[in-house]
Design a binder for this molecule. Structure first.
Ligand code: CAA
Length: 246
């Protein structure tokens, strides 16, 4: 497979780390952004000791200026972005009748507006080079809704609406645009759900366990090779059978 430049947002998190490693294993040059300097440097040290050289760029995906600055710096350090994985995301879980404006806007800015902020600066280059992959990391909860996640589910459902529109606009330019919708994966984000609530959720997963970050990285990698050129606008569920809607 040809070597490409991949930008994975939120690469220092649980799922993001697994995606960075898998794309590097496949021979791509990988970059990610970070916000917390100490956490990022510690992460980079661990990655290096495991043999991974991932470019790290400081920046926030939640504003257009932040997105543009991240892309410019990745392009300077590594090269034009061929593969964009919109993975960065946060939760601010609470029932809607108690939701404060900032709990709504932080989630929408980081999980949904980031998709505009990051994709807008890379799409023109992909169109010119006639090759690109844009992959949204959405969520099972964007497909089925979730008690306590009106903000998150709205953002995650919105990501797939973006996918299926961008896929149509760019199919003739060798660019595919797809969504991966993970179920509950054993990351810090899911472990932050109170234990008794989490136990009830796990009880609803037919595989009887949380997913592994690598199981999401595998789904992401599926969309990347040239052989996947016919697959665009898809939403690939990777959720242990918890939700099997169309
Ligand atoms: N359906 C129906 N009722 C529910 C419910 C559900 N799923 N969950 C809770 N309730 C009810 C409770 O039974 C309770 O009712 P009573 O007062 O009559 O006993 C009431 O709602 C309040 O529940 P809590 O005590 O849990 O309320 P809270 O305000 O303390 O917390 C919450 C609410 C923050 C939403 C908490 O329940 C929670 O964290 N839920 C999990 C949310 C979740 O799944 N987040 C996913 C995070 S991981 C992620 O997002 C990754 C991904 O993509 C999958």
């Amino acid at each position: 497979m040809s070597e490409r430049v991949a930008l994975v947002t939120g690469g220092t998190g649980g799922i993001g780390t697994a995606i960075c490693r898998r794309l590097a294993d496949l021979g791509h040059k990988v970059a990610t952004n970070y916000r917390n300097e100490d956490k990022a440097r510690e992460w980079q040290g661990k990655m290096r000791s495991d043999g991974y050289d991932i470019a790290l760029v400081k920046g926030d995906v939640s504003s257009p200026e932040g997105g543009a600055a991240i892309v410019a710096e990745v392009e300077r350090q590594v090269g034009p972005v061929d593969i964009l994985v919109n993975n960065a995301g946060i939760t601010r879980d609470t029932t809607f009748h108690k939701m404060r404006p900032e709990q709504w806007s932080e989630v929408i800015n980081t999980n949904l507006n980031s998709v505009y902020n990051m994709t807008r600066p890379v799409i023109e280059g992909m169109r010119q080079r006639q090759w690109g992959r844009v992959i949204q990391i959405s969520s099972i909860n964007g497909q089925k809704g979730q008690y306590g996640q009106a903000n998150y589910a709205a953002a995650k459902a919105g990501m797939h609406g973006f996918t299926i529109s961008l896929a149509q606009e760019n199919a003739r330019f060798g660019i595919t645009v797809n969504t991966v919708s993970p179920g509950y994966i054993g990351t810090d984000m899911v472990m932050a759900v109170p234990e008794e609530v989490r136990a009830k959720i796990v009880a609803q997963i037919p595989t009887g366990r949380l997913g592994l970050p690598d199981e999401i990285a595998y789904a992401v990698a599926f969309f990347i090779p040239d052989e996947a050129a016919w697959i665009t606008g898809a939403n690939l569920s990777a959720n242990g059978g918890q939700y099997m809607g169309w």
